[in-house]
Each structure stands twice: as C-alpha cells, then as structure tokens.
Design a protein around this ligand. Structure first.
Ligand code: UDP
Length: 231
C-alpha cells in the first residue's frame, strides 16, 4: 500500500494515564510512522479527543457546544502529536475543516494530497467540523477523500472480538470479518455512522492494538496479527 490513514484514539495517546498525553507512547508511534514514511508510504493521521473531552458526556451544556469543545480537543491532540513527529524527524502539516487562524491549514483534498506527495505526514484535526459526528466518521471521510487504500485503526485492544473481551473472558477475536457483519452485529470497531460510510465507499480497515510491539510497522510491512475488516 502506498497511502494509508492511521486512526489513533485519544485514549491511546494518553497511555496508562487515561488523560492528556503520554509522551513515550507518542514518540513510539512517531518512530514507527517514520519507518513507513522512509519506506515511501504516505501517511495521514486522525486522532480522537477522548483523552480530553467527549461531547456526549456533558449533561449540563448544549450538545453542539460540547461537541465543539471535543473538536478543539482533537486539534490540541494533532498539534501535539505533529510536534512529536517533527522532533523524530518528519515533516508534517495539520489540516482542519474550519479556519483556525495561523494554527492550522484549512482542509482541501488538493492541499492534503499535495502535502502527502511532498512526503509530509498530514494530520486531519477537528473531525468533520460538525457536531453529532465523531472522529471515526471524520477519519473514514478523509480516508475516502484522499483515496487511501485502507484505514489502519489502532486501538487499546488488539483487534475485533465477538463481544467485549474486558467483560467476557470467552470473547473470540476475528482474523477477518466483513464490514456488513460488523454493522449487523453492532461490533465496536468504529461507530455505526462511520461503519456505514466505510461500507458504502469500500474502505477496508486493519484493526490492531497500539500497545502490541511495533504494531503499526508490522501491520504495514510484516506480520499482521489484528483483524482485517473487508468490504
Ligand atoms: N466531535 C464532533 N464532530 C466530529 C468529531 C468529533 O463533534 O466530527 C467531538 C465529539 O464531541 C466527540 C469529541 O469531539 O465526543 C472527541 O472525538 P472522538 O471521536 O474521540 O469522540 P468519541 O467517539 O470518543 O466520543
């Protein structure tokens, strides 16, 4: 594959701390992505925001405003991770779907593809720019727009299971599953709106655990031990 979109959950960036950033985790991700970039693979990144804020968790304030705070959280995440990537020796550019002054570049397909072709790692921050969506939907949308060959979904668990392995010790992991089965069984890979977008636009996913040894590199160039979601 020559162009992929890597989705990192906000929790994954926080490591064991569960909130904020875990610098060692982020440096580990950056060092792995650098190996891909050095091998000529174009990488786009979407991060979640759950390490800071989720719109639906506030019962007090207006949902639209709460979601706007969530989208801003993803911009903080991308700005931070982008700087870690630069520290490790990559060129980066952060795009947002709305103007953030001099902080980011306004997203357009052409500008993002141009940056990828220049060898930059591009970050898509701010989700879709709309409330009531998630960064899962934003990630699938951008993966389709930039014509990525697949989405790499790095999670806190190592693949897709038939039930939650944290709750059910008998849960069975799939090596491969179709996106229509994921939707039918309501499996927690990415949210439903994002899954449907994936199905309608034939975007395959490789789901794996971020904490597994060298898992991003292995997924792309070595032995894949996660779950392949086919279209
Ligand atoms: N968000 C949004 N629109 C988007 C993407 C994200 O409103 O297109 C907000 C929403 O409040 C969400 C938060 O940003 O809860 C963090 O995004 P993430 O996808 O990590 O949230 P989660 O799916 O964990 O709630």
């Amino acid at each position: 594959m020559k162009r992929v979109l890597l989705k990192l959950s906000g929790e994954a960036l926080a490591g064991d701390k569960k909130t904020g950033f875990d610098e060692a985790t982020c440096i580990g991700v950056a060092e792995q992505v650098k190996q891909l970039v050095d091998a000529g693979i174009q990488v786009a990144i979407v991060t979640g925001g759950g390490n800071f804020w989720r719109g639906r968790t506030s019962e007090t304030i207006d949902r639209t405003k709460a979601d706007q705070i969530g989208m801003l959280a993803t911009i903080m995440n991308c700005t931070y991770v982008s700087e870690i990537f630069r520290h490790v020796g990559m060129k980066t550019e952060v795009f947002t779907p709305f103007v953030c002054g001099a902080f980011t570049t306004l997203f357009s397909k052409d500008a993002a593809v141009e940056a990828l072709e220049e060898g930059k790692v591009v970050f898509f921050a701010g989700g879709t720019g709309h409330p009531y969506f998630s960064t899962d939907t934003g990630a699938v949308l951008r993966a389709i727009e930039i014509e990525a060959e697949a989405m790499l979904v790095a999670k806190t668990i190592d693949g897709v299971y038939d039930s939650d392995p944290k709750v059910n010790p008998e849960a069975v992991k799939y090596d491969e599953i179709s996106i229509s089965e994921v939707i039918e069984k309501r499996l927690a890979v990415i949210d439903l709106a994002a899954s449907i977008l994936c199905m309608e636009n034939q975007m395959p996913m490789l789901v794996f655990g971020l904490s597994e040894e060298n898992s991003i590199v292995e997924t792309m160039t070595g032995t894949f031990t996660g779950t392949k979601v086919t279209v």
